[in-house]
Design a protein around this ligand. Structure first.
Ligand code: COI
Length: 354
């Protein structure tokens, strides 16, 4: 049972629903629960505020930190709904296993997620490109400096009203020096270090005028992996291709949903190794119809340029038919405007007395 202590004063009056930057505005409450002596204890929802952390916290030194990104929406009747919440606890626990962290109980996760959205429902932005973003994060909490897995952890869930992550189409550049993930590494885990490793090359890409890096494999710098904030899709002729999740890329839930939607609409979708030269050849032959990213934060994001070495692939004139089909279908499902034959949309249940 989650203990709920409401904040004395909500901050919601300061929210401008027409101007919500991504990741800057936090709602009033935080879910937290501690892992001590092999058990998750004292789950509670209370005011979101800084938490005391010892300087010797193992997460700070050796990086045991994993997270999820998920979204809640208001449907056309104004009722809060979640998108595929169970998928997120499966992936969180896969990340936990890779990072030598304890499994988190599925039922407690779902109860916490439903409760947070229920409590913060007034913060859910009503417009289509917006959502209530949920950020579950599990971190080591033991203080010790030996290199080993922590014996104590904290799991938290914060919620944030968000607008689109990428309000405009993005430009991508491939990277020849740095890598995001190697086979056998932690590229498939949603762990902080993957993002930390991308920051320097991402800044260099920004300085060179690009929005994001399109990562290539760590061995041959040849096979496309992902964008870091999104999975990547290409449309070549009428076939949609996306890198196979072979251990170095994130198993995106939006990626998986997009594949289902596209197959359902009669597209041939191939999950396989994609040699970047194949994309260059398709571009030069005029058969590269579009490229887009897919992720929870970004939903789908159209790509207007891919730079690979000296080759600039200008996709600014494409119609983005496939990307728009995915985006519109996901939005329509979330808003209850089309039938949810996939059972992806889960109405929020009142879980704690508010
Ligand atoms: C998400 O899409 O939810 C992510 O976690 C990607 C990024 C914002 C870190």
């Amino acid at each position: 049972m989650i203990k709920f202590t409401p904040t004395a004063q909500s901050k919601i009056s300061s929210l401008d629903f027409d101007n919500i930057p991504f990741g800057q505005i936090f709602t009033d409450h935080l879910f937290q629960v501690d892992y001590i002596n092999g058990e998750w204890v004292n789950p509670e929802i209370s005011e979101l505020k800084p938490i005391p952390v010892h300087p010797g916290n193992l997460a700070w030194h050796y990086g045991q930190s994993i997270f999820e990104g998920m979204k809640a929406f208001k449907n056309k009747d104004g009722e809060p709904v979640l998108f595929r919440p169970e998928e997120h606890i499966y992936r969180l626990n896969a990340s936990a296993a890779r990072m030598s962290m304890p499994e988190f109980p599925k039922d407690l996760f779902l109860e916490a997620v439903h409760s947070m959205v229920d409590i913060e429902r007034a913060w859910i932005p009503p417009s289509k490109g917006s959502a209530l973003y949920l950020r579950p994060v599990m971190v080591a909490m033991e203080e010790a400096l030996g290199v080993r897995a922590s014996k104590e952890y904290k799991m938290m869930i914060m919620t944030l009203p968000v607008g689109p992550y990428y309000p405009k189409p993005v430009s991508l550049v491939t990277e020849k020096k740095y890598v995001r993930a190697a086979m056998g590494g932690v590229g498939e885990a949603k762990t902080a270090g993957n993002y930390a490793a991308s920051l320097l090359p991402a800044q260099k890409a920004k300085d060179a005028g690009f929005d994001q890096i399109m990562w290539l494999d760590a061995k041959e710098f040849k096979y496309v992996q992902e964008i870091g904030t999104m999975n990547i899709f290409f449309v070549v002729n009428d076939t949609v291709i996306t890198p196979i999740t072979n251990g170095t890329i994130l198993k995106g839930i939006t990626r998986k949903s997009a594949i289902t939607i596209l197959k359902d609409h009669g597209y041939k979708v191939e999950e396989r190794l994609i040699d970047i030269q194949e994309i260059v050849d398709a571009y030069q032959a005029g058969t590269l119809k579009e490229a887009f990213g897919a992720g929870t934060a970004a939903l789908t994001s159209n790509v207007h340029l891919i730079q690979h070495g000296d080759i600039s692939m200008d996709l600014s004139q494409t119609e983005n038919t496939v990307s728009n089909l995915v985006k519109n279908t996901l939005n329509d499902l979330r808003f209850g405007e089309i039938e949810d034959k996939y059972n992806w949309i889960v109405p929020v249940k009142s879980a704690v007395p508010v």
